[in-house]
Write a protein that binds this ligand. Sequence first.
Ligand code: FE2
Ligand code: FE2
Length: 315
Amino acid sequence: MLDKCVRDQWSIDDLDWTIPPPKMPRDKEEAVVQAFVDMAGIELLAGALFDVQRKKTADPTLRKIFSTFVADEKRHSAVAARLAQHYDVHHYRTYTESPALTDFRPHFLALVEKASPEIANAYITSGELILDVALLRSLDDYVADDMSARAMHLINRDESRHIAIDFHMTEHYCSDEHLAEIRSRPRPPVREMAAGVAALARMMWHAKPFLQQVFLAPMDRTDPSGRRVQEAFKRIQLVLRKPTVARTPWSKMMIGFQDLYNHPVIGKVLGRVLLRLLGAEDRAARILFTKEELARTERMSFDELAEEALAVKYS
Ligand SMILES: [Fe+2]
Ligand SMILES: [Fe+2]
C-alpha cells in the first residue's frame, strides 16, 4: 500500500485547465461553484483527520501512509478550489464556505484529537463513505463536464486507497488485541472524562447542521432521487453492525441510539433528542438495510466491504 501511495502521487497541474467551462444557467452555476468551495473545505478537514491518525499510530509504515493521505487531501482541496474558480464564469456573487462547516470544524477537530483513535477512525470512515459514494459522485454527475470528470478520476484513485485503509483500520480497532488494549488503559480522571463528554456534546450539536447544509441540501439538488446518499448511509449502518465492530463501546452506544430511534414508541417521543445524539437526520438514522443484507455483510471480510463500497461509487 505504501508503494502504491508513493507511486500514484500527482499534481494539480497534471490536469489540463484550458478546457473551456460549459454554459450553465445561473442557478446551476451558483450551486456548482458553492459545492466546490465547500468540497475544498471538507477535503482539508479530511486531511486534518488523517494527520491525527498519523500522530496516533505507532506503526511506522502506517504513519508514512497517513502522511501521503494528508498530502492527497490537501491536493483534493486545491483541485476543488480551482474547479470552483473554473466554473465561476459570471461571478454572480462572492462564494464563501458554508457557515455550518466553519462552525463544525473546530469542535470536530478538538474531539478527534482528544478522542481515542478508534472513534476518530469511525468518523473518518463514515465521512469518506458519504463523501465518496454520494457527494462527489453525484456532484460530478450533476456538473456533467469533462474538466470535473478528469479531476474526479484522479481524486477517486486516491480515495480508493483511503477507503481501503479506513476499512483496514476499522478491522484493526475492533480486533481482540485492540479491545484488550482499550480495557487495559487506565481510567482517565473524572475531570478529563467530563471534558471529553463536553467535547463530544459540542461536536454532536454542530454535526447535524453541518450534515444538513454541506452534504444533504446540495445532494437534494444533485441527486434528487436520494439513491446515492441512502446507499452511503446504509453502508455505514452495516459496517457498524458487523459483529466485531458492534462489540466496541462506541458502536454499542451508536447502535443503542439508532435502535431507540427506530422503536415505534420511544422513537416518537424522543426522536429529536436521539437524532441530535446521533448527529444525524431521519434519512441517516432510519434502519436502511434488510435482514438479508445484514447477514450478508456479516459474512464479508473488511477488504470485501471496502471493494464493494468502491464498486457502488462507480455504479
Ligand atoms: Fe479526498
Ligand atoms: Fe479521502
